[in-house]
Every structure is written in C-alpha cells, then in structure tokens.
Design a protein around this ligand. Structure first.
Ligand code: FAD
Ligand code: SF4
Length: 542
C-alpha cells in the first residue's frame, strides 16, 4: 500500500523483514525483488506520491513538488555546479530522461582491477541488464518522436563523420511530450514510480510517503531497524513518528543523502571513505540560433547521442529546455534577454557530459542530516575536456547552419563564426570562467570495494561495519561511469536483492549466532589494530 501521513491515526511502530530508505533507482528494484520473494517490505520515502494526472507540464510546479531544494542543490566549489535530485516516490527516476545505458566495458575492468570487484562479472551483469531492459521496455528512441532538435544535431554530427545514434530509453509508447524532467504525463516512462514501486506494492510492500528516515538502529554491530518522522506535505513541519524493526536495512537515499545519514548516525565511518570520492559527470550545454524553427521543447528531450569522443570521456547527449527554464539560464538581462527569448522557436540545444579524470568532490555533514554540504572542484584536465565538448557542439551546430552558438563560458558567451571558435579553442580557461554548469549523476560517496579500509561496502553492497545494513544506490559506484547510471544502479540493486534473500533464508541458529558474535569481535579487534596502524602512519594507500 502507498501510505500518506494524513491517512495515519498516529505514530507508526511495526516490524518487517526489510526496511528500505528511498524509492528511486536503488530502492525501487530492491523493494520489488524482495516483496516478490515473499518478504515483508517497508519503504520509507521522504517525498510525496504523484501519478501521471498530477504532472502538469509546469516546470516551477515540478521543481517544488518533485525535487529536493526545488532542484537547486548546489555543489560548492570552482565553479559552483547545480546537482538536481528527485525527492518523490520513484526518486530521481521520476524526473529523469529515461536513458538506459549499460556500464562501458573498460569501466567494469577498472572496477575489477582497481577496486577488487572481480566477482561482479560481466556475464552476471549482462543477465541483469537484459532482465531490466525487458522489464522496463527499453528500446531505442523512436525517430518519429525524437524531436527536430535532437535529429538535426545527430544528422550533422554524422555528416562530420562522428559516430552516434538513438538512445535506448525506458519509455513505452513515448509520445514525445518533451517534459521528462517534470514527470511523464503519459505514463510512458517506466520510472520506479510506475514500475518497481507499484509492483512492490502489488506484492505486499508498504510505502510510507512524506516520511524521512533519521536514525538507523544498530545493536551489537547489526542493523535492526529505522526511526524517522512524517512531515506535513504543505508546511514541511514534523508530524507523526515512525519506527520499523527489521532484519535487514537498505539505505537507498542517493549519493548525497546516504553518506549524510551515515555521518549523522556515526556509523560505517572508520574507513574514512563515507562522503569522499564524489563524481557527478559535470555537464555543459550549448544553445544555437538556427535559421529555421526547431520546435523545442516538443519531442523527446534526450533522444540522440554522439559517442565519437567517449574514449576521451566526453559524451554528447540531447537536451531541450522549455521556455521557462531557458529564461533563467540565459546569461543576459534586459533587452538582450527579451530578444533571445523572442528567438526561442529558433533556438536549439544539446549537452555534454564529462567522465571525470582529475576533479574532486565530497559530501560532508551539514547542520542537519537533511542538509549535507557538497563540495566539488573541476580539475584542469576535466575543464579542458569540458571546453573541448563545447567546441565540438559548436562545430556541429555551425555545420547545421547555426547563426550563433551560446556557450556557458565567460568571454565566449556568444560564438558568431570561425573567428570566435578559434579564439575559444586557443583560450586557456579558468575554472571561474565557466558558469551555469549542472550535473545529474552524483555517485561514489560510499564506494564499493574489496578492501574494508578503502571502501564502505562489500561487493554485495553490505556495509563492512554494520551487518545487515546494505547500501543500494548511486553512492556505491566506485568510479565515474561515463554513461548515465540508472540501469547500472538498478542492476546492482537486483544483484544485492539476491544476497539479502540468501541472508534472510539462512537466518542463524543460536549456535551460529554465537559464532557470528565471535567473528564480529575478532573483526572489531583487527579493525582497532588497523586504525592504530593508520594513526601511527602505516596507512592503507588510497
Ligand atoms: C533531471 C535528471 C535527468 C536524469 N536523466 C537520467 C537518464 O536519462 N538516465 C540515467 O541513467 N540517469 C539519469 N539521471 C540520474 C538518475 O536518475 C540517478 O542517477 C538515479 O535515480 C539515482 O538513483 P538513487 O537510487 O541513487 O537515488 P534516487 O533515485 O534519487 O532515490 C533516492 C530517494 O531517496 C529519498 N530519500 C533521501 N533521503 C531520505 C531519507 N532520509 N528518508 C527517506 N527517503 C529519503 C529521496 O527522496 C529519493 O526519492 C538523471 C537525473 C536527473 C536529476
Ligand atoms: S518525452 Fe514525454 S511521453 Fe516521452 S517519456 Fe518523456 S515525458 Fe514521457
């Protein structure tokens, strides 16, 4: 059942086999798999529950109802970067673009070699991907509804010899309404709010909405439940309390909230990696003034890609902005702003996504668990690749006949032709001169690995420190992925559901319990010794 706070007579205190915090790309599949396996599952979701009838094409409504911080969560640093996150049933999948890509081979190899994750085999992942693609109706975007904006870019990239194509998406019979980021009004997009969560509920799971988990209950080194509170959907004020006792706790609150929760609960911190290792795939966007009407925002916002430069860590993917959003992203005010907005029907757009090499980010505890602080600095190499991606997009737009290309680089806001293009390509940029950057894929802040001193979770996604506490979201991805991450998060969640199932099936007898406690004591002893070694300078290399 989906349970709203207004339907509850008072505080909630109950038991379950599994309690899952968050209902997005990680939490949704875990809840479904385990509910369908016959376990009693409770999902706690901070955001509200909405259906397709609630999605009304209005960006401002969507930002306030479906996103954390009205979509303006910022990673502080040089430059400051907006990192929007969903806060609703379905998590960020409810507002994402629906692109479903598998992990690139070289990235998985890096996980094997650098993070000791050899047991996450390519064959196993491929089986999980295939099952998910079938379940989510993943197929290439239909050119009929791909949108002129995306088609123009792909066509002219192809004429320049750059490889690309139509993106695989989880939108069944997509009608190209162009508003994926505001909730799909046709119900085509198979985000967790229309796929995993309804199926979990059909199998008996309960989903508490407008409910924020605060405390992870731990006894004798083992997770035993979650405590939290409901909020008034209108005022945000705290209302009833909730306490769920469970055999397994799954933390799937996303790569920014999950480490914050661990920090505020003071658990799993001994490796020193909680909150560290943040990557986000920084994104740049270009706008292009075309000689013909482009038809934005109609058509799938992200239907095509150019992957010619993926080996360099640059992916180009479609993006469209409705007028209200373009209005706030333009770098001008006054008459210039009004004139550009008047040109809206002729303005095309496309985006780039950088897979990080030398940028560094982290999440640290803020004044409350709800308000962590996120820091991120773009590295020199990544800045150069961001500039290159903008030049590549400009090249393609000019090849398509653009009169002008607008960029997010101070001093080069408008490129009018080859001379400006050359000027930008020769410029050595400062980090402070790029503005208006955004990023949609925070990852890595509770990374997975084979070394308990260099990672937060094992390859099963169970934390090294607290037994029966699993983390299942973007925070476990150990490196920048280079492609949109939702399918990989879902695949890992399904894999983890298998381990949880095994664990619950073999609940220990009293004798085994005593052995477990002995093992725990031994582990804590060796952890203490390792901490002492690290303090004395013999630290494990990072
Ligand atoms: C606009 C946009 C477009 C995107 N497009 C794509 C795309 O096309 N393809 C792709 O692969 N990826 C895309 N992404 C990224 C993708 O959606 C995310 O990487 C993915 O959803 C992350 O999954 P998650 O489980 O880590 O977190 P989420 O899906 O964000 O789920 C976390 C959930 O936990 C809840 N939560 C947090 N803290 C608490 C708490 N204390 N108590 C209770 N609940 C809590 C949140 O409210 C949220 O609902 C996009 C992202 C954005 C913002
Ligand atoms: S383009 Fe429209 S119909 Fe298609 S998935 Fe996005 S919002 Fe839904």
């Amino acid at each position: 059942m989906i349970i709203k706070p207004e339907s509850l007579p008072g505080d909630v205190r109950r038991e379950a086999d599994v309690v899952v915090i968050g209902s997005g790309a990680g939490g949704g599949p875990i809840a479904k798999e385990l509910a369908e396996a016959g376990y009693s599952v409770v999902v706690i979701e901070e955001g509200g529950h909405f259906t397709r009838e609630d999605f009304d094409f209005r960006a401002a409504d969507a930002f306030t109802r479906l996103y954390r911080d009205a979509s303006q969560t910022v990673a502080l640093g040089l430059p400051a970067i907006v990192v929007p996150q969903g806060k609703t049933v379905g998590g960020t999948t409810t507002v994402n673009s629906g692109t479903c890509l598998r992990i690139p081979r070289h990235v998985l190899k890096r996980w094997h070699l650098e993070h000791g994750l050899k047991d996450i085999g390519e064959d196993e992942l491929n089986l999980l991907y295939a099952a998910l693609e079938e379940y989510l109706f993943v197929k290439r975007a239909d050119p009929e509804v791909a949108g002129k904006n995306n088609l123009l870019f792909l066509e002219h990239a192809g004429k320049l010899g750059y490889s690309g194509g139509f993106l695989p998406r989880n939108a069944k019979d997509c009608e190209g309404f162009g508003v994926c980021a505001y909730g799909c009004p046709s119900g085509a997009k198979q985000s967790a709010n229309v796929s995993f969560i309804p199926d979990a509920v059909a199998a008996g799971a309960d989903v508490y909405t407008h409910c924020r988990a605060e405390r992870i209950l731990v006894r004798n080194g083992r997770a035993t439940g979650v405590r939290g509170h409901f909020t008034d959907p209108r005022t945000g004020a705290r209302t009833q309390r909730l306490e769920v006792h469970a055999s397994v706790v799954v933390l799937s609150a996303g790569a920014i909230q999950t480490p914050s929760m661990l920090m505020h609960n003071r658990i799993c911190l001994s490796s020193g990696w909680v909150g560290e290792n943040l990557s986000i795939h920084p994104c740049g966007a270009t706008l292009a003034l075309m000689p013909e009407v482009v038809g934005n925002p109609k058509g799938i916002p992200q239907s095509t890609y150019v992957d010619e430069f993926a080996p360099e860590g640059i992916m180009l993917e479609g993006v469209t902005l409705p007028p209200a959003v373009m209005a706030i992203t333009l770098p001008w005010g006054g008459r210039r702003h009004a004139e550009t907005m008047r040109d809206y029907p002729f303005i095309a757009s496309y985006g780039s996504m950088i897979s990080e090499h030398d940028s560094a980010g982290k999440v640290v505890a803020g004044p409350s668990a709800r308000q962590p602080l996120t820091f991120y600095n773009l590295g020199r190499e990544d800045l150069d690749r961001l500039k290159r991606s903008i030049l590549l997009m400009a090249e393609i737009w000019f090849a398509a006949g653009a009169k002008r290309v607008y960029t997010p680089i101070d001093g080069f806001k408008e490129l009018s032709g080859p001379r400006d293009f050359m000027r930008l390509s020769r410029a050595r940029l400062k980090r402070a001169s790029v503005y208006g950057l955004s990023a949609y894929h925070p990852m890595g802040t509770c990374r997975m690995g084979s070394d308990p001193y260099a990672s937060v979770v094992k390859s099963t996604c169970e934390t090294w420190e607290v037994e029966n506490l699993f983390i299942c979201d973007a925070s476990v991805l150990p490196t920048s992925l280079g492609v949109n991450p939702q399918l990989t998060i879902m695949a890992l969640a399904m894999r983890t559901a298998g381990f949880i199932d095994e664990k619950l099936e073999s609940a220990p007898t009293k004798g085994e319990e005593a052995g477990r406690l002995e093992r725990l004591r031994a582990r804590l002893r060796s952890e203490k010794e390792a901490v002492a070694r690290r303090l004395s300078g013999e630290s494990t290399p990072r």
